[in-house]
Write a protein of this length. Structure first.
Length: 628
C-alpha cells in the first residue's frame, strides 16, 4: 500500500501529461488500462531479477494485485473524465464569465466549490507560471479539498455497493470477470506458471508489439509507410442525402480491441456491431424520411439511457433473493458477512452505504441543492455505474462510455429544466464531470480488485482499505497533476480539450437559465427512454425463452454511444475469429488459442506504453496506439 501511495502521484502525472498535454495515447478510455498492464509487466521482470539476487524481496501475487488495483483507480480518476473535467469547471465561470454572459448565475456557485480569483487563474489558463505561488495555492486549496471529500465519499458508496453485489455476481451467478484474466495470469508467481511459457502468448505479443513498433517508427519517420490500424474515416465517401447523415464512420483494427473482443461471448460480439449498424441505420432512415426535422431524432442517447435503466432493473430483480437475504442478515442480531470473507459485514456494508449517501446529500444541502434534485441524481448515477460494473464483470467489453446519458441531462429532458432552482443547476453543472462519460469509472476497478482478492485467498478487508486509500490519494494527485502542468503550459493553449469540457457544462447551464434549452418536458425524448428500457427487457425475455438467441441487451446498450465507433470493426473481426474457433474447434480450441489473444492485448499495451514514455521523456507526441 505504501508503494502504491508513492506511485499514484507519478501515475497521475503521466496520465495527465499523455492525455491532456501530448494528445495521447488515451489509456483511460478503454476498459483495461494499458499503463497499469505495462507496470505489471515491468514488475514481473523485476521479480525475475529479485528471485536470483534477493528472494525475500520478491513481490507476491497479492502485492502485485494490490498495486494493480490502486494504480487502476488512480488512472480512472486522472483520465479524460472525472477530476479532469471537474478541474476545468471549477475556474471556468470566473475566467470566462464576463465575456460569455455567465456572470449572472455565478452567484449561485458556492464559493467553497469554485476558484474565483482571476489573478490566480491567469497562470492556469495562460501558463508560464507556477501552481505553488501563494495566491494560486490559496485560491485552489479549499475547492480541491472539498471536492476530494466529495469524490472519496462517492467512491466509498460505490465500494460498499461492490461488497453487497460481489457475492451475488461472483458466487451465485458465476460471472467470469474477463478484465481480470490478464492481470491474474501476469501476476501468477508460481515457478511453473504457464502464461509466460506459452509460445502462443509470445506469438500474439510479437504480432501486436511489432505492429505498434512499425507504426511508431512510421510516425517519427514518414518515409516508412503507416499500417492502417488506426482511424480511417469513411464519412467522406458518403456525401449525398440521406447517407451523409451517418456522420462519423471510422474503421480501425486495434490489436488491443481485437484481443479483448476474443474474450467476449459470440452473441455479445455480434450484438455490438449489429446494433451499431442499426443505430446508423436509424439515422439514415430518419434523414430519408425527414424525421430529423425534430431536433435530436431518433434520440439515440435517450434510448441508450433507457437501456441502462432496463439493465439495472433486470439485474436488481434477478438478484432479489440474495439482496433480501443480505437485508435480513443486516437487521438480525448477528450480522453475517465478515465470517464469509467479505470486506465488510452485511450490516457494515449497508450502514456504510447509507452513511455515505447521507454524507453526499448533506454536501449537496450545504451547497444549496434541493433534496429531491440531489436524491434523484444519486439514485440514477449510482444505478448507472452499477450497470457499468456489472457489464465488465459479466462480459468485459473494451469500451463502456455512455456519453451524455447522465441524470443531469435526462432529468431535464423528461421533467424540464424549469423545475430546477439556480443552485440545482449549479450542482448539475459540476456533476457534468461525473456524467459526461463513464470511460474511467473506478467502481468496476474496485470490484475487480475485491474479486481478485477473493480468488487468490487475499484478505478482502485489506484490499478495501487499499481501494479507499487509492481513492483519496488518487483524487488529490489528479488535481495536483492537472494544475502542476496547467500552470506550466496553460490549459487554454496546450491542453487537450483544455476548456471545451468546462465550456460544455457552463454553456448548458447558461441555456437553462436563459430559457432556451429543455424548458418543457420533451415527450418524444421521454418516449425514447421508455423504448430503450422496454427493448432491453424484451431482449432479456427472448434470451430466457430461446436458448442461443443472438441479440444481447448489453450490446444494445453499449453500442448507443460514441466509443463504439472506435471498436466496432475490431469486435466484428473478433466475432468472426471467435465464431470460427467455437464452431470448428469448440471450447478446447478456444482455450488453446486464448493465450495468443491475451498476448495481443499485452503486446499492444507494452509497446504502446513504451511509445508514451518516450513521448513524455522527449516532450513531443509519438504514435498513439488507441484513441481518436
Amino acid at each position: 500500500m505504501l508503494l502504491g501511495v508513492l506511485l499514484i502521484p507519478l501515475n497521475a502525472y503521466f496520465i495527465v501529461r499523455q492525455e491532456r498535454v501530448l494528445f495521447g495515447p488515451y489509456v483511460s478510455t478503454i476498459s483495461l488500462f494499458a499503463n497499469v498492464v505495462f507496470f505489471l509487466f515491468v514488475l514481473r521482470g523485476l521479480n525475475a531479477g529479485l528471485r536470483r539476487l534477493a528472494p525475500r524481496a520478491v513481490f507476491s501475487q497479492g502485492e502485485m494485485i494490490t498495486l494493480y488495483t490502486m494504480l487502476g483507480i488512480s488512472t480512472g480518476l486522472a483520465g479524460l473524465d472525472g477530476v479532469g473535467i471537474l478541474a476545468q469547471i471549477m475556474p471556468h465561470g470566473a475566467w470566462f464569465g464576463e465575456t460569455n454572459g455567465w456572470s449572472r448565475f455565478l452567484k449561485d456557485f458556492p464559493d467553497w466549490l469554485v476558484v474565483s480569483d482571476r489573478i490566480a487563474l491567469r497562470g492556469h489558463f495562460m501558463g508560464n507560471s507556477s501552481f505553488y505561488r501563494p495566491e494560486a495555492l490559496r485560491a485552489w486549496a479549499t475547492p480541491i479539498l472539498a471536492w476530494t471529500c466529495f469524490m472519496t465519499a462517492l467512491l466509498w458508496v460505490a465500494n460498499c455497493m461492490n461488497v453487497l453485489v460481489r457475492r451475488q455476481w461472483a458466487d451465485h451467478e458465476r460471472l467470469t470477470f474477463p478484465i481480470t484474466w490478464l492481470p491474474l495470469e501476469m501476476t501468477d508467481s508460481r515457478p511453473d506458471a504457464p502464461f509466460f511459457r506459452s509460445w502462443l502468448m509470445w506469438g500474439g505479443f510479437s504480432l501486436a508489439a511489432g505492429l505498434s513498433l512499425w507504426n511508431g517508427l512510421s510516425f517519427l519517420y514518414p518515409q516508412i509507410p503507416m499500417l492502417p490500424i488506426g482511424i480511417t474515416d469513411l464519412k467522406p465517401m458518403m456525401t449525398t442525402k440521406p447517407w451523409n447523415a451517418i456522420d462519423w464512420f471510422p474503421v480501425t483494427a486495434y490489436p488491443l480491441a481485437i484481443g479483448l473482443g476474443f474474450l467476449l461471448p459470440v452473441d455479445l460480439l455480434f450484438s455490438c456491431w449489429f446494433f451499431f449498424l442499426l443505430w446508423k441505420g436509424q439515422i439514415v432512415v430518419s434523414s430519408a424520411m425527414a424525421w430529423d426535422a425534430t431536433p435530436d431524432f431518433p434520440f439515440i442517447k435517450e434510448q441508450g439511457f433507457g437501456s441502462i435503466m432496463g439493465l439495472f432493473l433486470f439485474y436488481l430483480y434477478s438478484g432479489r433473493r440474495t439482496y433480501a437475504a443480505i437485508w435480513r442478515s443486516a437487521v438480525s442480531r448477528t450480522s453475517a458477512g465478515a465470517s464469509t470473507g467479505e470486506a465488510l459485514s452485511d450490516r457494515g456494508a449497508l450502514l456504510g452505504l447509507g452513511g455515505g449517501v447521507l454524507a453526499l446529500l448533506l454536501f449537496c444541502r450545504a451547497a444549496g441543492v434541493a433534496w429531491w434534485a440531489a436524491g434523484a441524481f444519486f439514485a440514477i448515477y449510482l444505478a448507472t455505474i452499477a450497470v457499468v460494473t456489472r457489464i465488465r464483470a459479466e462480459l468485459g467489453p473494451p469500451i463502456h462510455d455512455f456519453h451524455f446519458m447522465g441524470p443531469d441531462a435526462m432529468i431535464c429532458r423528461a421533467a424540464s429544466a424549469s423545475v430546477l432552482r439556480p443552485a440545482d443547476m449549479a450542482f448539475f453543472t459540476f456533476t457534468f464531470s461525473l456524467t459526461r462519460a463513464h470511460r474511467g469509472d473506478t467502481m468496476p476497478v474496485g470490484l475487480e480488485g475485491l474479486q481478485m482478492a477473493h480468488s487468490r485467498g487475499m484478505e478482502a478487508r485489506r484490499m478495501l482499505v487499499a481501494i479507499m486509500l487509492a481513492a483519496a490519494v488518487g483524487t488529490l494527485s489528479a488535481f495536483w497533476a492537472i494544475e502542476h502542468q496547467a500552470y506550466a503550459v496553460g490549459a487554454a493553449a496546450k491542453f487537450h480539450q483544455g476548456i471545451l469540457q468546462g465550456q460544455e457544462a457552463l454553456d448548458r447551464t447558461s441555456r437553462w437559465t436563459a430559457g432556451t434549452l429543455d424548458m418543457r418536458p420533451n415527450v418524444q425524448a421521454t418516449m425514447a427512454m421508455g423504448t430503450g428500457l422496454l427493448t432491453t427487457l424484451v431482449l432479456f425475455a427472448l434470451r430466457l425463452r430461446w436458448f442461443g438467441f443472438p441479440l444481447h441487451p448489453i450490446g444494445y446498450a453499449i453500442s448507443s454511444s460514441w466509443a463504439i465507433h472506435l471498436v466496432w470493426l475490431p469486435l466484428l473481426i473478433a466475432w468472426g475469429l471467435k465464431w470460427l474457433t467455437m464452431h470448428y474447434g469448440g471450447l478446447n480450441a478456444y482455450r488453446r488459442f486464448l493465450p495468443f489473444f491475451l498476448g495481443m492485448v499485452l503486446g499492444d499495451c507494452v509497446m504502446g506504453t513504451i511509445w508514451a514514455l518516450l513521448s513524455a521523456l522527449m516532450g513531443v507526441p509519438t504514435y498513439t496506439f488507441f484513441g481518436a
